[in-house]
Structure formats: C-alpha cells, structure tokens
Design a protein around this ligand. Sequence first.
Ligand code: ADP
Ligand code: MG
Length: 375
Amino acid sequence: MCHAHRNLIGWSMLSPLAYHRKYSYGGGMLLFPTQFHMFNSLLLALVILLMSLLPRETVAEWYKDERAIMGTRIAVEFWDEDHHHAEQCAVRVFNEMHRIDALMSPYKPDSELSHINQQAAKGAIQISEEMFNLLKKSLSMSELSNGAFDITFSSVGYLYNYREGIKPTEEEIQQSLPNIDYHHVVLNEKTRSVRFTQPGVRIDLGGIAKGYAVDNGIAILVSCGIKGGLVTAGGDSRILGDRGNRPWMMGIRHPRKKDAVAVMLPLSNTAISTSGDYERFFIEDGKRYHHIISPRTGKSVTSTWSATVIGPDATTTDALSTTLFVLGPEAGLRLIESLSGIDAVIIDAHGQMYYSSGLAPPAAEAAQTGAGSPK
Ligand code: ADP
Ligand code: MG
C-alpha cells in the first residue's frame, strides 16, 4: 500500500538532494506548504489517495465553466447547490474579465492602457482610480525587484510577435532599450495622473493584470456567498476556501514535457501563479524567443524555465512569478525568503528545481525526524 502511494504521487524520485532543496527531477513530485506539518504526512498521503477513489457524484455540484478572454483560458469552479445562481455568478466573473480586458489590453486601440501609451509622453493625463492603483502596485513591484519587474519592458517588448515569429533586430533593440526603465513612469497622486518622461516609453500590464482579474473574480464569488471555489486566468489562480474539507491539488506543469506535471501542491485559501517560457514562444535557429523580457537586455530571459509563486492574493503572485522568472533561482529565492507569507518553486534552465523554505516534500519531514535522513 505504501508502494501504491509512491507511484501515485511520484515521490519515490526524491533523493538525498532533497535536503538541499534543489532537485534534478525526472517526474512529478509533491510539495506541502509547511503549515501542513501539523498534519501527519502519511495521513495526507492517505487523503490524497482517497480523493482519487471518491465516487464521481460527490463532485457533481461543483459548478464549472470556462471561456477564452484576455487571450487566455479563464476558468471558474465553485460549490453552489443552486445551479441557476451559480450560472449567474460565473457570468459576473466572466463579465469582469471582459471589462478588465477592455481597460487594459495593449491590443485594443481604445483601451485606457493604449490611451496612456499614446498620450502620456506628451504630458500628464488623468486616469481611472483602478488604473492608477495598478500602475502604483506595478511600480512598487519594480522597486521591490530592483527593476526585474518593469511594465516599461514593452518599450522593446512590443516589437516581438510570438504568434507570427517576429522579433526586433539587434539595432532596434539597442535603439529602444533606454526607454525601458520604470522611473520613466511618473504618477501624481493628487491629480491621479500619469506621465512618461520621454517619448518611446510604452507600458504593458501583461505580467500583473491577469492576477488582478483573478482577485476581482474571487471577490465576485465571495459577494455571491460562495465559500469554496477557484478562479483561473491562464497561469494565475486563486483558491477560495478548500475543496470540501480537503485541499485543492494544484499542479505546476512540466516546462518541457507536454501534459506532464512537475510538482503537485495541496493548497487552500491562497493564490498561485506560474510564469513559463513555454506559453508564448517561437524557436528560430535553435533559440527560444518567449514573452518574458529582461529589462536589462530587451531579450527573452534564458536563466529560467518556470517560476511559481504562492501567496495571499493573485495580483501579487502574478507580478512575483514574472519577477522570479527574470531574477532566476538564486536572486529569486533570496527575494522570496525576505517576504513573509510567500513561497516559490523555480525550475532553472537546466531543469533543476528550487523551492522556498516554506515548502517541504514529505521526505524532508521524515528527514527532520531522523527517518531517511540524508546524513
Ligand atoms: P502569462 O500568464 O501570460 O504567462 P506571466 O505572469 O508569465 O503571464 O507574465 C508574462 C507577461 O508579462 C508577458 O506576456 C508580458 O506581458 C509581461 N512581461 C514580460 N516581461 C516582463 C517584465 N520584465 N516585467 C513585467 N512584465 C513583463
Ligand atoms: Mg506573472
């Protein structure tokens, strides 16, 4: 039976390296937030095993729906015994996503974001409170990350079209690179306005807006009286409550094996975001061009395959997952360890996995009690 668990969640691959929180992994593994330590890990394994054996009827009242909005997959799943009420709440969530898209899409010429990009270099323009707050949050993430997260990445970033395999020339990159710097975006709290310090500056909220949309989606579910549910927008999710007295099992995709899961995390009442280089990319001459841009170089980041952040709200985890992707494992984990209530899993460009001290595999728990210690 113990053997069956091992196969089920694939922790048989855990090696003594686990002790160093650095893995070269072959298959999926399981990580627990350490607050689960109070839980016996064997008990948890049993819970997970039982979850897979539960009869289908028990999940029948989990209302599920999904749409393609904001260029990504938006999904909702929540417990509501009244199907009609559930439908109405889900529609409210989807409408909210449409509203945010209309406001923040860089592809819609009359979005507020496009308006800012067209006008803000000419002088300060007044913006909505919502936009102001998200710009403020974006700039604070830039400060926190020492410029790794920078919405002005788009000053060069807009020259890439991943779907059509288009990239800027070296000369174009060098020409526009000085326009990447979050200090070029100046907010004025009193007039609720924004201005760019120079022409050529462009902003894009792609690294934070989906998380924001997910947070608003969860707020709608709460206002609907929902106690347990999940809202997902692409790589950003937030969990409300749990999944009927058990955690939601959230998988982090394997960055190089299609449809494989690299890590499973049992989570409740939290947000989780993953940034990967496999979402939007093209390959030319053996080089991968993807949508996460180093503000220093104006080019795709090469140090990381995927970065996942777990934290209280999706706006923060979204921005931080993009940040960690740019920073890479060492600087990324250093940042995470300096923040409270936030955890991360990073897979670098060699397939090595790193995770923060707030996460632990079941084996690490065993190691602490002496059993299976790597000594
Ligand atoms: P997704 O869910 O779209 O994969 P991510 O959270 O991984 O989103 O963020 C990727 C998006 O973030 C890009 O599509 C782009 O819009 C934006 N972005 C890229 N590089 C940066 C950066 N250095 N700082 C802030 N945002 C960025
Ligand atoms: Mg992100």
